[in-house]
Structures are given as C-alpha cells and as structure tokens.
Design a protein around this ligand. Structure first.
Ligand code: ADP
Ligand code: MG
Length: 250
C-alpha cells in the first residue's frame, strides 16, 4: 500500500547546527503517528518541513507518490497537509464560523468573492457549520474566536482542519495550555479525526498517556535524529528510548 506521507533522509541545518538529521519514515493512510522527544529535539522543525514553512537542507517529502519537497506551503495544503500550531493560531477578531468558513472556502475551490454566487456561499457556510458541530462548537458559531477559552480555541483549530478537507493532519502539542479536566474531551475529538473522519494524523504531544492512547506507532526524536519508530509497546521498552529519557517519566 502506498504511504500517505513519507520522508527520506530529511535534514535541516540552521547556521551549521544540525536541527534534523537524516529522518526517514513513512505514515500509512489513516494511521496516527505520535512524535515524542525532549524539548529542542526537532519536533516542531519536522512539522515546519512537512508543511513547507521551511525548506529541508537535504532529503525528500512525498504525499502519496507525489514529491512535494519543492512545493510552497499553500501548494502543500492543496496537496493535502493541514496543521495546527503549538500556539493557537485562529483569527481572533473573526467569528468562529468565519474562521472555519475561510478554510471551507479554500478547500472547495470557490472564489473568495462571496457575493458572486449566493448558492455556493450557502454551500460553504453549510460545510463550516458541519465542522463546528463536529467539535461541539455550534453554540459559539457567531462568537468572536478571541473570546473562546484556550481549550475551545484548540477545538476551533480542529474544526478548521476538518473544513479544509486535508487528508493529513499535523497537530503540534494540541493539549498545551489545556486544563487537565479538558484533556480527555480533546483526546476524543483528536481520536475522531482518524476513526470517524479517516484522516492520517501526526501528533506531537508531551502527555505520554495521550500519545499512548492515540498513536498506532510512535516516532522518537532526540537531537534531531530519529531514534526509533515502532508500536507504543515496543517504544516503551526500547532501551535506547529509555536512556534518552532518563529522568523523564515515560
Ligand atoms: N529558526 C531557528 N533558528 C535557529 N535554531 C532554531 C530555529 N528553530 C528551531 N531552532 C533550534 O532547533 C532545535 C529544535 O527546535 P524545535 O523543532 O522547536 O524542537 P521541539 O519542537 O522538539 O521542542 C532547537 O535546538 C532550537 O533551538
Ligand atoms: Mg515544539
């Protein structure tokens, strides 16, 4: 079966420092890949390469069998990669509905001129409402996104991802800043990306119990290198991983 996403020898040097070094891995369609590693291991940089925010110094990135290494971020988004950021990145002065509608608009390839075709506009707004409903934010459709709680902003980001119709979803520490009692609910929403919406999900997360509960496989990064990529059970008992994580709870 062809991979949803694969990288070969992916490397990033910044000012002589090896930020990522020779990463080779592939993610199957509808798989959830957890990515863990100490702070500064290169997890966010890896996502920056996948989404095209940065160009690799070496190596290739494929979506399916399409080489996207030289595509710009918006071209990659069209090819099927959506991401959420480590810090929440919604348009705070727009309503929730408008935030999601912009993503739906782009995904359905309609003109940004909303006044031109009333029927199409209705269609896109319908998709946006659907996406908000899927993350439980329907009641907030007309609320300003900036007024949402931190947890609800993360849900809004997931609604944006759903509306974008991307097959591959990159989530960078989606639990960051969430209060503990809201974590299980967000975990279920993230789980639904794969189980209900059939997305391929890559998730960076510090909460090990979250990763262990969600991931089909876990990739461990350390100092820009891929230590291991295996099932959660095998990763936990891997001696290389255990030594890299000395002093940290695994
Ligand atoms: N723009 C940049 N310029 C120089 N160094 C950077 C830049 N971005 C990240 N780094 C460095 O790359 C390493 C990996 O960072 P990052 O990808 O953010 O790690 P993680 O997300 O795993 O915590 C860190 O040592 C960081 O200081
Ligand atoms: Mg990071």
């Amino acid at each position: 079966m062809i991979s949803a996403l694969s990288v070969t020898d992916l490397s990033l040097d910044i000012g002589g420092a090896k930020i990522l070094d020779g990463i080779t891995l592939s993610v199957k369609p509808n798989e959830t890949l957890g990515i863990i590693g100490p702070n500064g291991a290169g997890k966010t940089s890896f996502f920056n390469l996948l989404s095209g925010i940065r160009k690799p110094s070496r190596g290739k990135i494929f979506i399916g069998d399409l080489d996207v290494t030289d595509l710009l971020p918006h071209e990659r988004a069209k090819a099927g990669i959506a991401r959420t950021f480590q810090t929440s990145s919604v348009f705070v002065n727009l309503t929730c509905l408008e935030n999601v509608r912009i993503a739906a608009q782009a995904a359905h390839g309609k003109s940004m001129n909303l006044t031109r075709n009333a029927y199409k506009f209705t269609d896109v707004v319908g998709h946006a409402h659907d996406a908000l409903a899927k993350v439980g934010l329907s009641a907030y459709a007309l609320h300003r996104a900036g007024a949402l709680s931190h947890g609800d902003k993360r849900r809004l980001e997931i609604a944006i991802v759903l509306a974008s119709k991307s097959e591959i979803v990159l989530l960078d520490e989606p639990m960051a800043g969430m209060s503990v009692e809201n974590v299980p609910e967000l975990v279920e929403i993230i789980r639904s990306l794969a189980t209900v919406h059939k997305k391929t999900v890559l998730i960076v997360e510090h909460h090990m119990e979250v990763i262990l509960g969600l991931a089909d496989r876990i990739a461990v990064l350390n100092y820009g290198e891929l230590l291991v990529c295996d099932t959660p059970q095998n990763v936990i008992k891997n001696p290389i991983v255990q030594s890299a994580y000395i002093g940290e709870a695994l």
